[in-house]
Ligand binder design. Structure first.
Ligand code: ADP
Ligand code: MG
Length: 358
């Protein structure tokens, strides 16, 4: 398995940048998710990595070797990369075993070794009993397992997956998450997994690259994205909660700064002494009758075990969890503890972020 490195990677279609100077390094054996809204460039980054497209600028390295850039271009078949698409892309006229065996036939692996490796790949993906079936006799989840087995069988240097579960229903998707995690643990493969579904990205990946308009906004572990978003876009796109404009009222000390948030002086976690916004997650809000910050209940949704409240406080839509149902229109008091403050020079994305989850 190999590391993937992108340096100043840029791709334009008809002059418009689909990728705009991507810099990122993915470690050998790391499971990385590319997360972002439709059209942000996720598939383009995958296609460039696979060698289906050429970059306009910058370079791509696989295991230290330049595969694109500096006048070099290594074609897809020589990159030793496994690819899993949303559409499975199985050979309809070949059995499950025939599909999985195909990459080994192309590589002229002797038959005995081929059989052993196909059997191993089918075992690993729980397909042993389906070896002789045709793809048309399989469910969507089983077909996606065949696609996984087919790319694992030739021991690729990295595995690229483009929204592999988008065609499956919710329950099957959850069970396929376990299959992907197991696949990753057992193979130690370097994996680059494209999704627009944040729960999938947060659940599966060691690190998540959040993309928007052809750029990586933040590349970090899921819990860091959630607790310490870098800007308004990430704060609004990843996880629940609100993004609220703020200003400093005076003090700051190591890792903390006192800010005016919704008219209250609140100590915030921060890595900067001059933040412009705070990310207020539901966990940061405690409801109480007597708290001076007042808010009106806009909606109340049962999540199982607790209620999700959307509150209007000083014209901002906050999200809080409550053990009991609240009446729409009711006034409640709330305290905000320890929100994350950051500096975002492009503050106009504030409203889009704040309202995403309202
Ligand atoms: N072959 C192409 N020709 C022209 N424009 C393209 C092509 N492929 C992608 N684009 C454009 O590049 C941008 C990024 O697309 P894509 O990488 O498919 O986004 P995502 O996978 O995140 O939804 C979009 O604006 C899309 O319309
Ligand atoms: Mg796509």
């Amino acid at each position: 398995m190999a590391e993937l490195t992108f340096s100043n990677l840029t791709k334009r279609f008809d002059g418009a940048p689909a990728l705009d100077g991507i810099n990122a390094a993915i470690g050998s054996g790391e499971f990385v998710a590319l997360l972002g809204p439709s059209g942000c460039g996720k598939t383009t980054l995958l296609r460039l990595t696979a060698g289906f497209e050429q970059p306009d600028e910058g370079e791509i390295r696989i295991g230290g070797d330049i595969v694109a850039g500096e006048g070099r271009f290594v074609p897809p078949e020589a990159r030793e990369i496994g690819i899993v698409f949303q559409s499975y892309a199985l050979w309809p006229h070949k059995t499950v075993a025939g599909n999985v065996s195909y990459p080994l036939e192309v590589r002229r692996i002797p038959q005995a070794e081929r059989k052993a490796r196909v059997a191993e790949a089918l075992d690993l993906t729980g397909l042993r009993d389906f070896a002789d079936r045709m793809p048309s006799q399989l469910s969507g989840g089983q077909r996606q397992r065949v696609a996984l087995a087919r790319c694992l069988v030739f021991e690729p240097r990295a595995v690229l997956l483009d929204e592999p579960l988008a065609n499956l229903d919710l329950a099957l998707r959850a069970s396929m998450h376990d299959v992907f995690s197991m696949f990753h643990r057992r193979t130690g493969a370097t994996m680059l997994y494209v999704t627009h579904d944040q729960s999938e990205a947060l659940a599966l990946a060691d690190r998540v690259a959040v993309m928007e308009s052809g750029r990586i906004r933040q590349f970090a572990a899921p819990e860091v994205l959630y607790r310490e978003p870098a800007d308004c876009f990430v704060a609004g796109f990843v996880g629940d909660g609100a993004v609220v404009a703020t200003r400093r009222t005076g003090h700051s000390e190591a890792g903390r700064v006192l800010l005016s948030v919704l008219g209250q002086d609140i100590w915030c976690r921060s890595s900067t002494s001059a933040p412009s916004h705070v990310s207020i997650r539901p966990e940061a809000i405690t409801l109480s009758e007597t708290a001076p910050l007042r808010a009106q209940v806009i909606s109340c949704t049962y999540l199982g075990g607790r209620f999700r409240l959307v509150l209007d406080a000083e014209g901002e839509a906050l999200v809080a969890f409550a053990p009991q149902r609240a009446a729409v229109g009711e006034t409640v008091g709330l305290t905000i503890r320890d929100p994350w403050a950051f500096h975002d020079p492009e503050a106009e994305s504030l409203m889009a972020g704040a309202l995403t989850h309202a």
